[in-house]
Design a protein around this ligand. Sequence first.
Ligand code: SAM
Length: 199
Amino acid sequence: MYDFFLGITMPEAKIKKCLIEFASINREAKILDFGCGTGTLTIMIKEFLPEANVSGIDVDIQILNKAIAKAEQEGLDIFLIDYDGSNFPFPHNRFDNIVSCLVFHHLDTDKKRQILGECFHVLKQGGKLTIADFGRSRSWVQRLQFNIIRGLDGFKSTDANAKGLLPKLIADSGFENVTIKKRFKTMFGEVQIIIAEKI
Ligand SMILES: C[S@@+](CC[C@H](N)C(=O)[O-])C[C@H]1O[C@@H](n2cnc3c(N)ncnc32)[C@H](O)[C@@H]1O
């Protein structure tokens, strides 16, 4: 249902393709898809870079089981794991890239900070974080439209997104060169692609 809903309401494939482009992932990189859901982005990355080591984590085991089934069906070797929603089950300096699509607006501001800290911890020096999520648009119409998602997903968890604070939270977690690379107008407000580096 989620895949279907996203597909008809958003330029989902475009956003995910663009996220992968801006992540500029090397052929044999170790990649983590944070909040991988049903694994759409995780699978796209593995298909695009078959030699890469691709992992996905999510808090929802039922959603994750769908991702596991999809990956098995495609015969793809992807590591998919559920966790407690707070502490990443990975060692320090594990990944070259972390990607995340439409997850951060589900996290309250304190949780955003905590998860960004986890991302910083498990990324290697020189590693890159690439996030696609809702941000503050310059268009008042798009800001108004974002209230639909805010009503559905919660005003508290979307607060920092609505105020355009996600890039600052990323920078406050130690990341550098935090940049909004692209803005997509959607039915539910503006989705931005943000990149950041661990220097
Ligand atoms: C809107 S879906 C996006 C799924 C996927 N990234 C995509 O673009 O298709 C949001 C996902 O975030 C996950 N999520 C929410 N809180 C999380 C957390 N603390 N850690 C990891 N995943 C989380 C949900 O379980 C859900 O699968």
